[in-house]
Design a protein around this ligand. Structure first.
Ligand code: 6PG
Length: 248
């Protein structure tokens, strides 16, 4: 399956962040013009913070019809929403609390609950939002771990093994991560790969090895779950800085 993959390299993370915010605004703007609303699944971790911050300043912040945007997450840690590790808290502190987004448009994964129950509840909510057919986010933002994980699809984790064996039917799943000795709640590749736009944000030389293996190495999805991200019809864009791209 040929996947429409693009790579955009940036001299420094600040340029990447601004460009990512520009992509975000134009994708969301086009979706709102076309269908009256837009949906984005945010990435956790630290890389997206600068891009989220860029969305809160004029002129971008004024160009987005925030009341038409619905915000979701690609994954969540199993912690309360005010915990320092919470992906919801990061996005809320840096972005959501700074823009006029109606609270009812913010759909967080309830990391404070039992992970299986939280995954079940999130999947039900997604089915309702997308009308049960297939989840079609306008945009999914993802990061890349040094071990090749993305969202909370970690190497050799049960959720990844189910994906590799073609057994994954769930849109959202609880995933025990041995490497962290903790549970996560994560989208599976089903809603991610159905998205219209998937954008990876990768910065820092510590990501160079993983980026090279994922983009240029053999297809080893159990070891490199980021390789499972292959949009069915959408566009896949890797936004990388020069440090992360030094080996490709
Ligand atoms: C999370 C993310 C995870 C993240 C990568 C990269 O919950 O942490 O979903 O997949 O994107 O681990 O994290 P950094 O951006 O912090 O390097």
């Amino acid at each position: 399956m040929d996947v429409d993959t693009r790579i955009e390299k940036f001299s420094d993370p600040a340029d990447l962040a601004q460009a990512a915010a520009d992509h975000f605004a134009s994708i969301i703007g086009a979706a709102v013009r076309r269908r009256g609303r837009a949906s984005v699944a945010l990435s956790g971790g630290s890389t997206p913070k600068a891009a989220y911050r860029s969305l809160t300043t004029a002129p971008l912040a004024d160009s987005i019809k925030w009341n038409r945007l619905h915000v979701f997450w690609g994954d969540e840690r199993c912690v309360p929403p005010d915990h320092p590790d919470s992906n919801y808290r990061m996005a809320n502190d840096v972005l959501l609390s700074q823009v006029p987004l109606p609270p009812e448009n913010i759909h967080r994964m309830r990391g404070e609950e039992d992970p299986h129950a939280a995954a079940e509840e999130y999947e039900k909510m997604l089915c309702g939002f997308f009308g049960g057919a297939d989840a079609h986010f306008d945009l999914v933002l993802l990061g890349l771990g040094e071990d090749g994980h993305t969202a909370s699809l970690f190497p050799s984790s049960e959720a990844v093994l189910r994906e590799v064996q073609g057994l994954q039917k769930r849109w959202v799943t609880a995933n025990y991560v041995n490497q962290l000795a903790d549970w996560r709640v994560t989208l599976s590749t089903i809603p991610i790969n159905a998205a219209a736009h998937i954008i990876f944000l990768v910065t820092g030389s510590h990501k160079a090895k993983a980026l090279k293996r994922v983009l240029r190495g053999p297809y080893l999805p159990e070891e490199l779950p980021a390789q499972l991200i292959r949009p069915q019809k959408g566009l896949l864009l890797w936004m990388v800085d020069e440090s992360a791209a030094r080996l490709i």
